[in-house]
Design a protein around this ligand. Sequence first.
Ligand code: AMP
Length: 222
Amino acid sequence: MIPGVELVIMGKQGAGKGTQATRLCRHYVIPHISTGDIFREAVRSDNDLGGRVREYLDAGELVPDDLVLAVIHERLEKPDSQERGFMLDGFPRTVNQAKDLDEMLKPSGGLDVVVNLDVPTDIVLERLAGRRVCAECKANYGTERPPELEGVCDVCGGTLQRRADDTDAGIRRRLELYEEQTRPVLEWYEDQGRLVSVIATGGVEEVTDRLIAAIDTQLNRR
Ligand code: AMP
């Protein structure tokens, strides 16, 4: 088995983070930690966290840092991430979150690689308009990768739905926030020499191969 690694996957909404993170986590045998999935699940199960984050998710706004950081601290303390490492998806989204993560990971020497999925905005807009997500297993589908049976997940048979925040206004707002708050995070990691950017257009498998090659090169340098 490949030894544990600590990775972050970044990219605009619709760049393919969820799809590629699932595939990369299988390859590196690490848990996939998506703050968006954690929050959506909390809203769905209507628990205390769900009640506190629902309005932010619906509006496409960022959840306040104290809540996001509490969720991440708790998740990274679990034995799977302690033993194997992790792939963070959707976190960090602000420089403040990145700084907090740096502090958290100081004892282990910090993140191994931050990989950025580089996709032009016109392509992500097209993908988001057609995006459908399985309500059960969270698998993603779209015009480039439709399910075999309309509305039904190939993986688990669950129902495919449009994400509640994939409205025109929600998409626009999230892309704005990406430019304002998240692009500086890329610069933060670039300055640390941890960032690799990969052109993420083309077939899903082809992009995964490119990502693994880029991550392995960076891992070998460390
Ligand atoms: P995502 O699935 O990554 O697009 O996240 C969906 C929504 O969850 C975002 O629009 C935010 O409302 C919230 N969210 C997820 N991750 C974060 C984060 N790191 N910081 C703040 N809000 C987040």
